[in-house]
Ligand binder design. Structure first.
Ligand code: SAH
Length: 624
């Protein structure tokens, strides 16, 4: 089960009023981590066919039950009439920023409708993923989806940005009308901009003379838009590290107020706070720990040895005598962003009320890179031979879910219908496998979910092995980023299926490409396979420059097999230009063979019948 694609929607509830939908429920429960809720009245039916551990029953009416569990799930999937679902959820809806995703699936499981909270609740994406998983059609009605525009209110999620205040509806309406929207990005990852530099949707040039109809700010600054007629919104990348020094026992409230006052004074967005930094002897300071917990931000601590090496604008001799470094707040903030004094955007602020216990110092440094709070993921995906019908549902789910999809341009074209307008798509030339792998790893290390696609199976002459090797070289810890390998139908299986059943007995694959493997090794394997009577699939059989290898391969096989041994030459299988020929070992080279071809050489028992190639397993006669 490819659960990890659904992680961000967890927990998910599935609700239905009867067991008529068992096939669809079964399919969902097997493939998705959902809790299935059915009415108590169906209990007697025992629901033998359903998985037990995620099946639950409700006693009340569905509307009462829904009210009870509404805040407990991030997503609700109903198998009910849309009208009924609308009536059920209407009294519970509060607003776009807090409502759960609501999905409706028809009883036949043909359509998966994103009903409510399409963007921020993620219902649009979840509907697509479920649709891929159960082979249904997603129904998405939001304007940005039909116009293929990025949904601006979820734009920053992959980078861990926090949505700030503004007229989100106004800006999205301007985008839907395809009006010019100005983007002023002062901080944070600009990767998302690349695919929009050419199209005219966004204007990234703040010096432009055209008058924008709306504006998007991406900044650590907090802006107040009340005066403006122009619809404006703001995203806040989490780049601010708050250095804190405090007296032992200072309360959480005092520290919190000090940080809030500092942010206000310098117009910094509280939402742009990445984390808190201090000296290691404060690692158990209750006020600081509680604040980190309450704001859900990490704490970084540094030794006085490390802190005292940092040049700061406001050193203190008293502090040095107490803790061995002349700066805690400023030096810790600078250490947290791994830069120098220039990164300090707020020097030490002192908060100490006369006569009251506790005292706090606050300083703020700005990091180059935002803290995403996410662990990156690498999906190593096999997309099968070419047609979308031959790609696994799990691979489709992973590709659609990913923030970034990386591959060779031809393969990216093949999976175009699975891609989303918000995704970063990076295509590389066919020879740049190493660069592709390195890029994927570095993006995943920054917290993004990256799908690397290979044709066929990704672990058969594909990208999976290379990426894992590259991770090994850099001493990857096995968890960050997470890795998932999603298999695909390899060219030999696809080719075999189009000519019958040539792989019914022991077989092997040999690539004739000597770019990475010495030709002597390949020749030895050809000899061994031919001698051992393996059915043999030849990958990379001939390129424009490499023409001799397939001739030698034929010669080697002719030494060990009859000249009439059936051979299949299958080009661009399951693609529009597909060509299939069944020939013999003797005449195989009369056919066009290139880098889009897989050649399957039968064993000594392989035979032809009608248009098919069959390798007997021995069921009907003992062939050995
Ligand atoms: N990972 C791929 C193999 C990549 S090596 C897989 O598992 O299928 C590239 C070689 O695969 C090509 O030179 C060709 O021999 C074979 N190949 C890939 N796609 C093919 C297709 N659609 N039809 C026939 N052969 C194909």
């Amino acid at each position: 089960m490819n659960n990890s694609s659904f992680e961000r929607f967890q927990p998910i509830a599935f609700l239905s009023t009867n067991t008529q939908e068992i096939p669809i429920i079964r399919s969902l429960s097997q493939n998705l981590p959902v809790t299935i809720w059915l009415p108590n009245s169906t209990k007697s039916l025992e629901n033998q066919e359903l998985a037990r551990d995620n099946l639950k029953y409700y006693n009340d009416s569905l509307s009462e039950h829904l009210t009870n569990i509404w805040r407990k799930y991030r997503a609700f999937v109903f198998c009910l009439a849309t009208g009924a679902v609308i009536r059920l959820i209407a009294p519970l809806l509060k607003g776009k920023d807090c409502d759960p995703a609501v999905i409706v699936i028809d009883r036949a499981g043909k359509f998966v409708i994103s009903l409510c909270s399409g963007h921020q609740g993620g219902a649009d994406l979840l509907a697509k993923l479920i649709a891929h998983q159960i082979d249904a059609t997603p129904v998405i009605t939001g304007a940005s989806s039909s116009l293929q525009l990025p949904a601006i209110d979820i734009l920053g999620y992959p980078y861990g940005w926090v949505k700030g205040s503004g007229n989100w509806t106004g800006v999205m309406a301007a985008l839907a009308r395809q009006e010019q929207v100005q983007v002023i990005q002062e901080t944070g990852n600009t990767l998302w901009q690349h695919k929009h530099l050419e199209n005219k949707i966004f204007d990234f040039d703040s010096a432009t003379t055209t008058i924008p109809q709306a504006r998007i700010w991406i900044s650590e600054q907090k802006r107040n838009f009340t005066q403006s007629q122009l619809p404006q919104v703001q995203w806040h990348p989490r780049v601010l590290w708050i250095g804190i020094g405090c007296e032992r026992g200072t309360s959480t409230v005092v520290i919190e107020q000090a940080v809030i006052a500092t942010c206000e004074k310098y117009n910094l967005a509280h939402d742009a706070i990445a984390g808190i930094a201090t000296i290691d002897i404060k690692a158990d300071e209750v006020g600081i720990l509680e604040l980190c917990n309450c704001w859900n931000v990490p704490l970084k601590t540094f030794t006085s040895e490390k802190l005292k090496q940092v040049t700061v604008p406001t050193p203190s001799e008293i502090v040095r005598q107490e803790v061995g470094t002349s700066s805690v707040a400023e030096a810790a903030a600078i250490c947290a962003v791994e830069k120098d004094v220039n990164s300090l955007i707020v020097p030490k602020q002192v908060f100490k009320e006369k006569g009251k216990p506790g005292g706090v110092t606050v300083a703020v440094a700005k990091a180059n890179r935002e803290y995403t709070g996410r662990t990156g993921k690498l999906y190593l995906v096999g997309i099968g031979p070419g047609s979308l019908a031959q790609i696994t549902p799990a691979a489709k789910v992973a590709i659609t879910e990913a923030d970034v999809v990386i591959g060779y341009s031809l393969y990216l074209d093949l999976i175009q219908p699975l891609l989303r307008p918000e995704q970063i798509i990076e295509s590389f030339p066919i020879t740049q496998e190493k660069q592709r792998g390195e890029r994927a790893i570095s993006l995943a290390e920054s917290g993004l979910t990256v799908a690397v696609v290979s044709s066929g199976d990704c672990g058969i002459y594909g990208m999976a092995g290379l990426v894992l090797e590259q991770l090994k070289v850099q001493h990857w810890d096995g968890n960050t980023p997470k890795v998932e390998v999603l298999p695909g139908i390899s060219a030999l299986q696809a080719a075999a299926s189009r000519v019958g059943a040539p792989l019914m007995h022991d077989f092997c694959a040999i690539s004739l490409s000597d770019l990475l493997t010495p030709w002597e090794v390949i020749k030895k394997r050809l000899e061994a396979a031919a001698m051992a009577d393996f059915v043999t699939a030849l990958y990379n059989p001939r390129s424009q420059k490499r023409t001799q290898q397939i001739i030698t391969a034929q010669e080697i096989f002719l030494k060990h097999r009859d000249k009439n041994t059936p051979v299949a030459i299958v080009r661009s299988v399951y693609r529009e230009e597909e060509q299939i020929t069944i020939t013999t070992l003797e005449t195989m080279l009369d056919n066009a063979i290139d880098m889009l071809t897989t050649v399957i050489i039968g064993n000594s028992n392989t035979c032809n019948y009608q248009d098919w190639m069959i390798t007997p397993r021995g069921y009907l006669e003992n062939i050995f």
